[in-house]
Design a binder for this molecule. Sequence first.
Ligand code: FPP
Length: 236
Amino acid sequence: MKENIPNHVAIIMDGNGRWATKRGKKRTAGHLEGSKTMEKLAIHAIKRGVKVLSVYAFSTDNFKRSEEEVNYLMNLFIKMFKSKMKIFDKEGIRVIFSGRKHPLRDDVIDAMEYISSNTKNNKNGILNICLNYGGQEEIVDASKRIINDVSNGILSIDDLNKDSFYKYLYQDLDPIDLLIRTSGEYRVSNFMLYQMSYAEFYFTDTLFPDFLESEFDKAIDSFQKRNRKFGNVITK
Ligand code: FPP
């Protein structure tokens, strides 16, 4: 059933480290399991009719983690983007990225370009991977580009409004309908601040590696029961 499926779902994939620690494993084992969950969810979400799935893979602040963990994640991203291209392509999923390039390693940027250019014509849905991403940083970067365009006569100040602002974000996507955060934390952690203005929130104690298809479906069920008002009065 595709009725009232959120168009844009965003996920803060939290709890990988705890998932691993609980099993007596290194935190990195949680990231590996999380990457498998992310792949399954992307395929499932698009099959269910979600048009855009945004995932928080690495925040600008995640560089504060140990060198070992950061390196592990960067190598995992490279492996994933190189090896999963065919699967996402087969599913008709277009992979795009949001975030700053600097200070990502060249081999990470190459792998990002590899998967995004090879999936660019796919039409079933979009997987927006937020990597070296920060929501406040995105708004600052957009503001700089706007100032630049105004200074160069490309944009008139009168044409800037809350809709045209989207064009200056890392990706020009529809607003988020449903924001999911796993692992029992109730924070937005600098994720897609501009795009989540009217998002419905779904929080679950489930740790991200365990947030598989049936858990995702529960979030969709919850969304379908919400009465979205967008500042208006209740219509039900
Ligand atoms: C948060 O859990 C998770 C991350 C910082 C990394 C998310 C990365 C993945 C799911 C891996 C794969 C993604 C792609 C796009 C290939 P945490 O480490 O903060 O967990 P904790 O709060 O339990 O410590």
